[in-house]
Structures are given as structure tokens and as C-alpha cells.
Design a protein around this ligand. Structure first.
Ligand code: KIV
Length: 291
């Protein structure tokens, strides 16, 4: 494959002697230790999904310190309706591409549905494939108390784990896409889930679609960072799906998405302009021709 540009550190707002995850000076890969130190410093950080080398290289050059090869690739990249059909082979192929396209970001790959639910040994086999064949630095899996044994074995085996609680899209057939943690009992369960993944050794935990006040309470009660998506402003980090954030995803967006560009419009307009040039004979011109 064409060599993609190596990562360059993002320059804006160097903080804390250049050690900041975003805007810091380091050109080496971010590690889970850097993530732990950021929590100690009270530093907030951004995470974006990525599913291919080219897009990942853009985000790496922009200084995004952590990239998630999410199984949202199912909806956003592979044309499935949900994340449920995504396979471990697909995740391995996409993750390897993202690793090849980056030089600085910590790359976290999702363990897809069916690749860890059988138990810790299956989880270890699947995570090992992502680490050895794709070269990712960490894996993510869904579930709090219900996944703590899987997290323990992976961490004991030297594989850093990001947990994911609240709305867990792989369970869409059981829970739908609803806000989680509303009401006293559900809030207590979310707090227990957060504690369980921290105790099992997770280095960070995604909180998806939970009330902002509850996400703030979880964040205060943990020593590992929380990564919010639809979880209000008080988590340690924020993640967005890149195709949502850049306006490439079609249709209605959830309330928690902020669009920073309108790529769907830009790409569609460019494709139409190209088509019209070809049909009308305006492309190619002399400067695009070889002799
Ligand atoms: O798959 C994914 O993109 C995710 C994020 C929404 C956290 O799990």
C-alpha cells in the first residue's frame, strides 16, 4: 500500500510541559500509561472512530490521541443495519488498516458480538488475534459486571481493555437504543458496572447514552477515565463516530452528535460536478492529459 504520512504532533495549546495527550509534543505511540497520567492531571481528551488507513492518517495528523476501530463499522462502513453481524475477521482487517495509517494514536479495536460472550478464554483468543494480526494497542468490549471475568483474563494476559457500559449496541435486540441508567435502580446498576470493570483492570470505560448527572457521578467515583458518548460534559474524554461528526452519515442524527462538517454534501456535490464535466466534455483537459 502507498506509504501514508507518519504522525506529526498537533501543535495547538501545548499543556503541562508538552505531555498532553492532545497538543503534546510526543511523536511516539500513546500508551495506556499516558491515559492514566492524563486522568491524574485532570486532562480531557478526544477519541474518534476510524475504519480505514486514510481517514485514520488524517486524524493522527490532527493529533487525535486515541482512535477506536469501533464495530460501528458495521453501520458506518460495511453497510449492515446494526453492529451485530460484524465478524472478528472484519474487525481484524479494518484494525490493521488503521494501525498502518497511524504513528501516534493509541488504537483500540472492538471485540465484535459473539467473539467474547462465551467466556474469558474465547475473549483471550479473539483479543490475541487483534493484537497479533492487526497490531492494536488495546481492545474494547461491552458489558459491566457481566464481562468482568473476560476483562480480568485479558488484563492478566497483558492486553489493555477499554470497557463499555450504559447503552451497549451489541445488545440492541435485548435493550433497543434507549437511554440507560434512568431511575434509582438503573443508576445503582450502572455504578456497580463501572466499579466492576475498574476492579477487573480496565484502563478506561465508555459511558454511552446515560444521563449527564449520572455520568459525572461515575467519573468522580472512578480512578480510570470515563469516555462519554451522549453522557454529558463531565466525563474525562469524549468519543464520536467519525462519519457522524463529519456529516457523512445520512439521515437523522442522535441529539448528542455535533457535526463539524457536511462531508455528505461536499462529496455528493463533487461527484455531480465530476459527472457533469465528463458528460459535457469539460474533463479531462489538456493539463490532465499525457503525451
Ligand atoms: O463502535 C463504536 O463506535 C463505539 C463507540 C460509539 C463508543 O462503541
Amino acid at each position: 500500500m502507498t506509504q501514508l504520512p507518519a504522525a506529526q504532533s498537533a501543535s495547538p495549546r501545548p499543556a503541562d510541559g508538552g505531555r498532553a495527550l492532545y497538543g503534546g509534543k510526543s511523536n511516539r505511540r500513546i500508551t495506556v500509561r499516558d491515559i492514566a497520567l492524563a486522568k491524574e492531571r485532570g486532562e480531557k481528551w478526544p477519541m474518534l472512530t476510524a475504519y480505514d488507513a486514510m481517514t485514520a492518517s488524517v486524524f493522527d495528523e490532527a493529533g487525535i490521541p486515541v482512535m477506536l476501530v469501533g464495530d460501528s463499522a458495521g453501520n458506518c462502513h460495511l453497510g449492515y443495519d446494526t453492529t451485530v453481524p460484524v465478524t472478528l475477521d472484519e474487525m481484524t482487517m479494518l484494525s490493521a488498516a488503521v494501525v498502518r495509517g497511524t504513528g501516534r494514536a493509541l488504537i483500540v479495536a472492538d471485540l465484535p458480538f459473539g467473539s467474547y460472550q462465551e467466556g474469558p478464554v474465547q475473549a483471550l483468543r479473539s483479543a490475541t488475534k487483534l493484537v497479533k494480526e492487526a497490531g492494536v494497542g488495546a481492545v474494547k468490549l461491552e458489558g459491566g459486571e457481566r464481562s468482568h471475568r473476560q476483562i480480568e483474563l485479558l488484563v492478566e494476559s497483558g492486553i489493555p481493555v477499554m470497557a463499555h457500559i450504559g447503552l451497549t449496541p451489541q445488545s440492541v435486540n435485548a435493550m433497543g437504543y434507549r437511554v440507560q441508567g434512568r431511575g434509582e435502580e438503573a443508576a445503582q446498576q450502572l455504578l456497580r458496572d463501572a466499579k466492576a470493570v475498574q476492579d477487573a483492570g480496565a484502563f478506561a470505560v465508555v459511558l454511552e447514552l446515560v444521563p449527564a448527572e449520572l455520568a459525572a457521578e461515575v467519573t468522580r467515583s472512578l480512578h480510570i477515565p470515563t469516555v462519554g458518548i451522549g453522557a454529558g460534559p463531565d466525563t474525562d474524554a469524549q468519543v464520536l463516530v467519525w462519519t457522524d461528526m463529519l456529516g457523512l452519515t445520512g439521515g437523522r442524527m442522535p441529539k448528542f452528535v455535533k457535526k463539524y462538517a457536511e462531508l455528505r454534501q461536499v462529496m455528493g456535490d463533487a461527484a455531480k460536478a465530476f459527472a457533469e464535466d465528463v458528460v459535457g466534455g469539460a474533463f479531462p483537459q489538456e493539463e490532465h492529459s499525457v503525451h
